[in-house]
Write a protein that binds this ligand. Structure first.
Ligand code: NAP
Length: 264
């Protein structure tokens, strides 16, 4: 029961991996802060997780605008008096060729998948440094390890997370703050439905490759196990995660494999 009584802030808590994390953490007696855009959806998740009022807080906001991040942290401190873990999970994918993707869509993808994670981490760090303890988990992707068709900006934002948070890990270790990078492969969620096209509109289709992928529940279990074990990085998924090792040892071979893959 590592998470019992721990104060855990989860972004992207309304769906997929984030929702599965809420259910798993609620079972272990954690105190949870749920964030995503829609308050009603988050309330429904809290209800389904059987969370009692004193054990959860809902902070709805758009990851594209984190200007109030410090005030969210104050709300959390007022209610729970500390923050043990931030799970920077919320994110949005892309299904559009680089040439067609508008500048506005590129900036939006970076706000949601990179700048928001940085802003929230900095906001909680002020508290974690005072506490001299804390854990920051960042949900990246195998797209943070290599580029792929129709994912140019998404993949770039996920790569950027590694540069930022690997640097941060070195800097905050002295404060007893740990950083975990999570790289899922394909997980059965609404990620492809919610992915955006070149002009920012929704892809609104479930990719074939996600249909029989690992479940969000299994993924959440592996994330929590990695947090508990203080791991620095984990790959989660089925055979698709082998691509990360192929890239490391045989990069040209990976390129040949990727060329033949469907983007969906
Ligand atoms: N599923 C996969 O195969 C896969 C693979 C690699 C990495 N990942 C990563 O895993 C994380 C979770 O994704 P998922 O698979 O669980 O997908 P999902 O089911 O689409 O969930 C995405 C979550 O992010 C939130 N979100 C998206 N845009 C937001 C915004 N602008 N402001 C606030 N919240 C926003 C959504 O909430 P609202 O829409 O309700 O606001 C939702 O809770 C993401 O970072 C994703 O990149 C997923």
């Amino acid at each position: 029961m590592y998470f019992n009584q721990k104060v855990v802030w989860i972004t992207g808590a309304s769906s997929g991996i984030g929702e599965a994390l809420v259910f798993a953490l609620a079972k272990q007696g954690a105190k949870l802060i749920l964030s995503a855009r829609n308050e009603n959806t988050l309330q429904a998740v809290a209800k389904k997780a059987n969370l009692s009022k004193e054990n959860y807080l809902i902070i709805p906001f758009d990851l594209a605008d984190t200007s109030l991040a410090d005030s969210y942290v104050q709300q959390i401190i007022q209610k729970f008096n500390r923050i043990d873990i931030l799970i920077n999970n919320g994110g949005m994918s892309q299904r559009a060729e680089a040439i067609a993707t508008t500048k506005a869509t590129e900036r939006n993808l970076f706000e949601i998948n990179y700048f928001a994670q940085v802003a929230l981490a900095k906001a909680v760090l002020s508290i974690m440094v005072k506490q001299q303890s804390g854990q920051i988990t960042v949900v990246s992707s195998i797209a943070g390890k290599f580029g792929f068709y129709l994912r140019s900006t998404y993949s770039a934002a996920k790569h950027a997370l590694h540069g930022y948070f690997e640097s941060l890990r070195l800097e905050v270790e002295k404060n007893n703050i740990k950083v975990l990078m999570v790289c899922p492969g394909k997980i059965q969620t609404n990620i492809s439905n919610n992915a955006i096209l070149a002009d920012g509109s929704k892809h609104a289709k479930m990719d074939e490759s996600h249909v029989d992928a690992m479940t969000a529940e299994e993924c959440a279990k592996k994330i929590l196990s990695a947090i508990e074990k203080n791991k620095q990085e984990i790959l989660i998924g089925r055979k698709e995660i082998l691509t990360v090792y192929i890239k490391r040892f045989f990069p040209k071979m990976l390129y040949k494999i990727l060329k033949k893959q469907s983007p969906y």
